[in-house]
Write a protein that binds this ligand. Structure first.
Ligand code: GLY
Length: 401
C-alpha cells in the first residue's frame, strides 16, 4: 500500500474496527442480559423446589448429584445465611412474594445466632440474611439483630494480634483464615448504624494485619495463619482446605479479592484498592486459570487440567470483580468486567446450571468444599448460588439503563 494513502485509510480502518468492537460488545451484553433474565426465573423455580424438600427448621447446605442426597444444617453452620440471602435477591429480581415469605420465615430460625460468639462467620450468617432483609424492608428488630451480631463478632478480636479469631482451637493458638475478610462488611455496617467507631477500628486493624502477614510476594494468600495470642507473633502459615501450605486455594483467593474490594468501598483508603487489584491481577494472569474462567479448586492442584473446578470460587470472583471494575483504572476495569462476564456466561451453561426440579433445588453444580477432607467435593453448595445471583444482579445494575 502507498504510504500516503495508508495515512488516510488508517484512521478510517481504526474507527471502523473500534465501532465494530463496541457493537459486538453491546450485542453480547444484550444477549447475556437475556440469559440472566432467564436465569433468575429458573433460579426462582429451583428455590421453590428446594423449599419443598427442606425440613422446616433446617438450612440447605449441599447436594450431591451422584448420590442424590441433600445435606442440611442447623442455624449455627457458617452457611445458614445464604439461603435467606439468595431468596431475598431472587425476590427483588422477580417480585415473587412466596420467595420473600420463605426468606422471612427462615430468619426466625436464624435470629438466635446474633448471640453466637463461637464463630467468626457472623458476617456470612447474619449480614447476607438480615443485612439484605433490612436493606429491603428496614425494621428496628433487624437493626438490633445486626448490631448484636457485630458485637458478638467483635468479642473475637485480639488487639495484640490485631485480628478477629477465625477458628477456636488450642488456647496457645490463634487461627485466622483469609475468608475472615468477608465478615468485615457487617462491622462497617454497624459503624454506620450506631456511630460507634470501635467496629470500624476492629475491621480496619484486621484488614491491615491481613495485608501485612497473609500475602506472599506474588499477592496470593496463605489460607491459615496461626498467631501467638499473647505476643501476636506468627507461629505458622499453612492451609486447611487448599492443596498444600504454599498453594493458592481458589476460594480463599476469591474471598480476599472480594473482602478487600469491600474494605476499599467502606474506607476509601487506596491501599485496600491496591490489595484487591493485586489479588485480581494474580488470578487473572495465572497460567492455570482456564479460558472459561472457572478456577480449579486450587490454582496449584496437582492434576490440572483434570482437577475439579470450583464454581463457588468463580461466582465469588465474578461478583468481586464487577464491584472492583467500578474503582479500577479504565484498562483494568475492562479486563475485570470482561472476566466477570465470561464467568457468568460459563456458569449459565448446562455444564454448571441445573435444570428445574433437579440438583436438590440448588442453582449451580460443581463446587468444592474441602478437597483435603474429602468433604463436599464436586457438589452443589449454597454459597455458590448466593454469589452467582449477586454477580448477575451486579451485572444487570452496571449494564441495564
Ligand atoms: N469459609 C469456609 C469456606 O470457604 O469453605
Amino acid at each position: 500500500m502507498n504510504p500516503k494513502s495508508s495515512h488516510r485509510v488508517f484512521p478510517i480502518l481504526f474507527f471502523t474496527v473500534l465501532l465494530g468492537g463496541l457493537l459486538i460488545r453491546c450485542q453480547s451484553q444484550q444477549s447475556l442480559q437475556q440469559t440472566i433474565d432467564t436465569n433468575f426465573s429458573v433460579a426462582a423455580d429451583q428455590y421453590r423446589h428446594m423449599m419443598e424438600l427442606l425440613p422446616d427448621d433446617r438450612f440447605p447446605q449441599n447436594y450431591d448429584y451422584n448420590t442424590g442426597e441433600m445435606e442440611t444444617s442447623g442455624s449455627g453452620w457458617w452457611c445458614s445465611g445464604f439461603y435467606p440471602g439468595t431468596l431475598f435477591y431472587l425476590y427483588e429480581e422477580t417480585g415473587a412474594e412466596d420467595l420473600y415469605n420463605e426468606a422471612t420465615r427462615i430468619l426466625s430460625h436464624l435470629e438466635k445466632e446474633q448471640h453466637n460468639t463461637s464463630t467468626h462467620d457472623l458476617g456470612f450468617m447474619m449480614y447476607c440474611s438480615f443485612g439484605n432483609a433490612h436493606r429491603i424492608n428496614p425494621k428496628p428488630e433487624y437493626r438490633e439483630i445486626l448490631i448484636n451480631s457485630a458485637k458478638s463478632l467483635s468479642t473475637r478480636f485480639n488487639p495484640t494480634v490485631g485480628c478477629i479469631k477465625s477458628w477456636d482451637s488450642d488456647p496457645d493458638d490463634f487461627l485466622v483464615i483469609i475468608d475472615n475478610m468477608m465478615n468485615l462488611e457487617l462491622l462497617f455496617w454497624a459503624t454506620e448504624a450506631t456511630g460507634d467507631s470501635s467496629f470500624y477500628d476492629i475491621a480496619v486493624t484486621h484488614a491491615n494485619t491481613t495485608i501485612e502477614n497473609h500475602f506472599r510476594e506474588d499477592t496470593s494468600s496463605w489460607h491459615v495463619l496461626n498467631y501467638d495470642p499473647d505476643t501476636g507473633e506468627i507461629q505458622e502459615k499453612r492451609t486447611a482446605q487448599g492443596y498444600s501450605d504454599e498453594s493458592a486455594w481458589s476460594r480463599g483467593q476469591s474471598w480476599g479479592l472480594y473482602g478487600f474490594t469491600v474494605t476499599y468501598r467502606e474506607t476509601g483508603d487506596k491501599k485496600y484498592l491496591r490489595q484487591a487489584e493485586g489479588i485480581a491481577n494474580f488470578l487473572l494472569n495465572h497460567p492455570n486459570l482456564p479460558e472459561d474462567k472457572i478456577p480449579y479448586w486450587d490454582y496449584n492442584a496437582p492434576n490440572i487440567p483434570d482437577a475439579k473446578r470450583d464454581a463457588s470460587a468463580g461466582a465469588i470472583m465474578a461478583s468481586g470483580l464487577l464491584e472492583l471494575s467500578q474503582y479500577a483504572s479504565p484498562e483494568d476495569s475492562a479486563t475485570y468486567f470482561a472476566t466477570a462476564e465470561t464467568i457468568i456466561r460459563t456458569l449459565s451453561t448446562d455444564e454448571y446450571m441445573a435444570n428445574v426440579g433437579t440438583n436438590g433445588g440448588f442453582i449451580l453444580k460443581h463446587s468444592v468444599g474441602s478437597k483435603p477432607a474429602d468433604s463436599e467435593v464436586d457438589v452443589a453448595i449454597t454459597y455458590a448460588d448466593y454469589y452467582f445471583v449477586e454477580a448477575m444482579r451486579r451485572y444487570q445494575d452496571l449494564t441495564v439503563e
